[in-house]
Design a protein around this ligand. Structure first.
Ligand SMILES: N[C@@H](CCC(=O)N[C@@H](CS)C(=O)NCC(=O)O)C(=O)O
Length: 310
């Protein structure tokens, strides 16, 4: 696709186009994601040139068939995503004007990023926090250079600051954005929630450490969850009602359950009625459903990652 404008410089390659929106800013990066092509525009952001930018940007984009969104505006980047085919992308990506939304950088395959994505969905922030998908296999250099120096996802850009770490981010979003609270207010509940949140890492490492050995040993980790799920009986979730704790575990259970069944013929729900009810419960949460991956793909990816010979 050609982009033409009297004011824009232009370079094209296979599926990406580059242009700058003013004389001073330079063209920087492109990134080719599996389901779309991306154009990145670099500019020097300041409140003074915002209007000017908007006008210039509109004039450029009007002249071509681009569906545009603005991402990462405060880091000085605009990504124009073209030809979206991905069913998970929000509709407002089609708006042909600049949107200055906080950007949530994720990979659709990353369980840590999934936590934050679920939190955003569950709080109803789909049009308040913009998803920015990053292809981890082909990471654009601007991500590390200009957004998140650790080069990991997830990260969130909000109020001109970029933050990382999924467990911190889900709490950050819960407290800094509107929507139903997903964290308890009572002292004891908070303490219990913190205990469970800090166990997520141990849970993950314990289960994974038995992938190549006797997986029934990993049963202790699932048994622990079965036990803690008995604390509240006003709902199937860790704190009774759905919370950040469920969000922290869901992406990993989504992977462990089909993988252990497929590879080890080990059904994590057998003898664990509360865990069974919990899995049913999270599978009914809309904000989670939309983030789920194809279980077959998850199993294949775990096989490659954990069972391939070194
Ligand atoms: N502790 C981090 C882990 C994030 C993480 O490891 N993300 C992976 C993708 S699932 C990543 O970005 N890996 C790229 C890399 O390590 O360079 C969190 O909870 O956010």
């Amino acid at each position: 696709m050609a982009i033409s404008s009297s004011s824009s410089s232009l370079v094209t390659n296979n599926n990406s186009s580059l242009f700058s929106v003013s004389a001073r800013p330079q063209i920087l990066v492109t990134s080719s994601l599996p389901f779309m092509s991306t154009t990145s525009i670099h500019f020097h952001y300041s409140p003074h040139n915002k209007l000017h930018l908007r006008q210039r940007f509109n004039s450029v984009t009007k002249s071509c068939d681009v569906r545009v969104t603005t991402l990462a505006i405060s880091t000085g980047y605009v990504l124009c995503n073209k030809f979206f085919h991905h069913p998970l992308l929000p509709l407002h990506l089609h708006l042909p004007y600049l949107m200055e939304l906080p950007g949530l950088y994720i990979s659709y395959k990353c369980p840590y990023a999934q936590r934050v994505w679920i939190t955003r969905n569950t709080k109803g922030l789909q049009d308040k926090i913009q998803l920015v998908p990053i292809d981890l296999q082909d990471r654009p250099s601007w991500y590390k250079d200009k957004v998140h120096p650790t080069n990991k996802v997830p990260s969130l850009e909000h109020n001109n600051e970029v933050r990382g770490e999924s467990l911190d981010l889900i709490k950050y979003i819960d407290t800094h954005f509107e929507g139903p609270s997903l964290y308890p207010s009572g002292h004891d509940d908070k303490e219990f929630a913190e205990e469970l949140l800090s166990y997520t890492d141990t849970f993950y490492k314990t289960v994974v450490s038995y992938f190549k050995g006797d997986v029934t040993e990993a049963g202790t980790a699932f048994d622990y969850l079965e036990t803690v799920l008995s604390k509240y009986d006003h709902g199937p979730f860790f704190l009774g009602q759905f919370s950040l704790v469920d969000i922290a575990y869901a992406p990993f259970m989504e992977r462990f359950q089909p993988f252990l069944m497929d590879v080890k013929n080990y059904d994590i729900t057998v003898g664990r009625p509360r865990l069974t009810a919990w899995i049913e419960g999270i599978n009914n949460i809309e904000g989670y459903k939309i983030t789920r991956s194809d279980p077959k793909e998850l199993v294949e990816s775990y096989k490659k990652r954990f069972l391939a010979n070194p």
